[in-house]
Every structure is written in C-alpha cells, then in structure tokens.
Write a new protein. Structure first.
Length: 118
C-alpha cells in the first residue's frame, strides 16, 4: 500500500489496488492498518515524506473506523484521538457512536470520555 499526493490530492494504491483518491471508501479501507500504529508515529513519517498540503485523509479514516461494524477499528480510532489527533468535526461522530446499542458499554463510555476531553 502506498499513500502519497498526486495533482494536489491524496492518493492510495499498490498491490492489487490501483492508485486513486484516498477519500474513496475502498482506498480508505486499505489505510485502516495505519490505525494500529501510534498517531504521532504515522504523522511524523508522513510529514517527513510529504508536505501536509492538503491535509491527509485522517478525518475520513477515523470517521469510517468509528462507524465500522465491529469495535476493533473503532477502538483504534479512539487510540488515535487519545494519541493526539484533534479535529472538532469528530464531536458529532463520537456522540453518534457513543449512543450505538450495538457497541459495548466499555466502548460507549470511552467514546464519551474522549468526546468530553476534546
């Protein structure tokens, strides 16, 4: 998997996935494993390799992970938020996911706590 900028847009591709806009759901899904690494580490690596113009697709990635049907990726998204990723636009998604009856009580409480800490 490769993440980069082409013509002023973040793109993802590699292996069996043709290079294309990172905001597309299929390509965002290929970025989910980044959430298994600490946010500051990923941010430092991306910053060292590219400029941050435009912003990387982290907001879209975290939003998708928080809404993922299972809690694994949602928990990794919360790890990134607790690890330093800040974006005011996440407040409504955190509110939404903290109310999902399909999420565990542990997850719902954690999402509320992260939301209040923002």
């Amino acid at each position: 998997m490769a993440l980069g900028i082409a013509d002023g847009t973040w793109v993802v591709g590699g292996d069996s996935l043709p290079i294309g806009p990172a905001q597309e759901r299929t390509r965002l899904r290929s970025l989910l494993p980044l959430l298994e690494r600490p946010f500051r580490e990923v941010e430092a690596e991306v910053t060292a390799r590219t400029s941050f113009e435009p912003d990387p697709p982290w907001l879209e990635l975290i939003t998708m992970a928080l809404r993922w049907p299972t809690e694994y990726w949602a928990d990794r998204a919360l790890d990134w938020i607790e690890g330093g990723y800040a974006n005011d636009e996440l407040s409504s998604v955190l509110d939404e996911t903290s109310q999902l009856p399909t999420r565990s009580q542990r997850f719902r409480h954690r999402a509320l706590r992260v939301r209040q800490d923002k």
